[in-house]
Ligand binder design. Sequence first.
Ligand code: XMP
Length: 319
Amino acid sequence: DWTMAEFRATKIAEIREQVGEGRVICGLSGGVDSAVAAVLIHEAIGDQLTCVFVDHGLMRLGEAEQVVSLFREHYGIRLVHVNAEERFLGGLAGLTDPEKKRKFIGGEFIAVFEEEAAKIGGADFLAQGTLYPDVIESVSFTGGPSVTIKSHHNVGGLPERMNMKLVEPLRELFKDEVRVLGKELGLPDIFVGRHPFPGPGLAIRIPGEVTKERCDILRKADAIYLEEIRSAGLYDAIWQAFAVLLPVRTVGVMGDHRTYDSVCAVRAVTSTDGMTADIYPFDAAFLSRVATRIINEVKGINRVVYDYTSKPPGTIEWE
Ligand code: XMP
C-alpha cells in the first residue's frame, strides 16, 4: 500500500544505493517508459546519468525534436542525440518480412547504442524503462521454444552484450502507474499521456519496404489523424491510435483526373495493458472527416479504411 510520492522517494534512495558513484547510461525512445525512468534516475544521481537517444528516423512527426528539447532544455539532462536515419533506412532497403525488419532495427539499435556508449567512455549501469507487462510479455510472446509471435527488441540482448548491470526502477509498475509517476515527476501531460509507440517505430506501420518517402507520407497522415482525435477530445479514451500505410495502390478520382495511390488504414484501440484490445467505436462523421482530410492533404494517399479488428485475433500493430 503506497502512494506514488512514497514510491518516488523509495526508488530514488534505491537507485542511489545501487549506483553509488557509478555511471549510468539510458536509452530514450521517445516513449513514456524510458522518459519516466530517465527523469527519476536523473533526480537520484544527476550528471552520473547520460541519456542516449538513437533517432532511427522512424518516429512520428515532430517527436524527435520534442524529446531533445524536453530532456536537454527542460530537465538539463545530459543527452546524446544520434541522428541515424540514413543508417536505418539504408539497412531497411529491400526488407519486407516483418521479423527481418524488426530484427534489423533491434540489432542496429544495439549497435548504434554501443558505439555511442563507447564514445562517452562507457558506463557501469544500463537503465531501462522496463515495465511489469514487459517482463511478462517477453515470456508470453514466446509461445514455446520455437514459436515467437513477435520479437520485441526492448527487453533482453543489450545488457548481456554490454556487460552492464541493469537499473530498472519501473519493473513493478503497470503503464497507468508509470503515467501517475510521470506526473508526479513533473513531466508534461503531452508526454505522460502519450500513447505507447513501438520500438521499431513507423517501420512496422509500413508493411512491405520502408523508404524515406513512405515514412514522410505516413507521418503526415498519422499527424492529421491524431490531430482530429485530440480536437474531438478522444485522445485519452484511446490506448493507441495510428495510421498504417499499405503497400497497395487503388484507383481514385481527384477533380477530373484519375489517381492511383496508396491506401492508408487508420486504427484505434482501447486496452488496459496491450495484451488484449477492442476497436474504438468512432462515429461515422468523425471517420469521414479523417478520411477526407488525409486524402485531400496527403499526396500519395487516395483511400482511407478503418481497421475493425480486435486483439485477439489481430495484434494491435499490423506487423
Ligand atoms: P501487438 O502488435 O503485439 O502490440 O498487439 C502490443 C503492444 O506492444 C507494442 N509493440 C511493440 N513495442 N517493440 C516495442 O517496443 C516492438 O517490437 C513492438 N511491437 C508491438 C504495440 O505498439 C502495442 O502497444
